[in-house]
Design a protein around this ligand. Sequence first.
Ligand code: WT7
Length: 585
Amino acid sequence: MAQTESVSGPSTDHVEWERKPKSIDANLRDYETAYKNFSWKDVEREFDWSHTGKVNLVHEAVDRHAASWRKNKVALYYTDYDKRDEKFTFQDLKIQTSRAAHALKSLGVKKGDRIGVFLPRIPELYIVILGIHRLGAIPVPLFEAFMQQAVQDRLGNSEANVCITTPALKSRIPLAELPALKKLLLVGASDGLAPNESSYESLTAKAPDWLEPEWLTVDDGLVIHYTSGSTGKSKGALHRQYAMIGHYQTAKWALDLRDDDIYWCTADPGWVTGTSYGIYGPWTLGVSSVVIGGRFDPERWYQTIQRYQVTMWYSAPTAFRMLMSAGEAVPAKYNLKSLRHICSVGEPLNPEALRWVKKITGLAPHETWWMTETGMHIICNYRSLDFKVGCTGKSFPGTYASVVDDAGKEVPPGQLGHLVVKPGWPAMMKEIWNNKPKFDEYFRIPGWYSSGDTAYKDADGYIWYQGRGDDVIKTAGERVGPFEVESALVAHPAVAEAGVIGKPDAVRGQIIKAFIALRKGHQPSDELKKEIADFVKKHLAAHAAPREIDFVEKIPKTRSGKIMRRVLRAMDLGEPVGDVSTMEE
Ligand code: WT7
């Protein structure tokens, strides 16, 4: 995007305000004052490690609560509405995560090792991640829908030496392609284990109830989340232990979590929201969390709010829109009155979805903007602060987000530019695993972390997200790199070349659209479209498969061979293709 062009955002003079009652009882009562006086040093003091010098997330999220009045407080309520219906107190988690750590230790896991976690959303997923922390090792969570290629890329790049998985998922782990991966720990295996496999149940059954955490420094690794960019394979964002103070404070002020809350974060720990705000934020605060297994289902979602009397709900615009398309008769059957606060993440929340959620719950979802790489919320709307419907919000205290031109100069209100953040917030990724050049790309604008998003700030200081400035696709809140999809497509025998874009969609935000040039001897057909989409589903992941395919003669490319997605987007909209002077031929 050419930042020097002075493009103005829409006027916000007539926007609708979401006004807050003066008397509102929120953790963050006065945003402006808090922003002015904020210091991360004050937050550090709320962690035991600031007095003891001994750092480990599992101590702050589990052990210290198990040694306090929260010992018998429920940390995790779990149901899959089918086979399992369980709850775990902080004391239970202390025991279970100790046993899990013993099991992993017996497989040779030690500080700094990367450990794949490839599990469906079951309690063991949470226990095992915390068990890995207990050993000072680094979990690499893999979303359960990943197929072989996606799994191979992530376990290969992180050189994980152990992976925890299930008998059903293990066939997607290509051991022959993963020389570093020596052992699998299987949850729910009956018998017939291969020599490199162990049973989670048998190893934990005989393990002691306690294992002292491996003491670390704030700079040691916490977790690696893989995420996509506009070029290349997915990259591993490594976070440090210090991030926990950011998770804690944002969960307290943006999610507004309190000790008496029943909190439901709908995200899977295969994505950063499911760890930062499904594990680290709520549990460093000692808050009770709800997790439900299984697939998205509107009835179950409302039922979950009613059944657990959920007070704080953290979800995503696509989910709200899917609930909206299921109609008003469904929520009318359930009592949703327990809710007191709702937040949203992953993509812009359109005013229509916000109004609909407000209609059925009485509460407007509050935006939280952040990224895998930022590790924690950066721009939010706050429970006690008036906001404009449709805006992304204001910088979290202790962070500074802004809008700049190519040279890093802040642009005047109303002008579009790069959405950037001043480096130095606690949860900023430490590195891109094994890829310094990729890491450096985030800091290409001197003095700033570049998000890749475009935005403008209005005269009242609210930031308005306007879209990605690059080719990254956001489909149903999930971030998909076009290169990964293109690579999967060209592996199909009929495909010669492929170019992939995000196409605007009313429910999913964007859908994945592929342009495909076929190899000689293959004829375009609807069956072939389906076969190609299924091929991507089978090898990469269902959410990464194109929902729309156009067959074309040729994919527009620059002379240096880069796919011109701008041209593909114009072709899709039937718009003029613009300047194609750098195109081949
Ligand atoms: C990208 C990061 C980290 C949470 C899950 C997404 C988009 C995120 C918002 C929001 C508009 C948003 C941005 C960002 N995004 N939150 N509130 N409003 N867009 O993490 O997969 O790393 O994606 O998601 O484009 O760059 P992610």
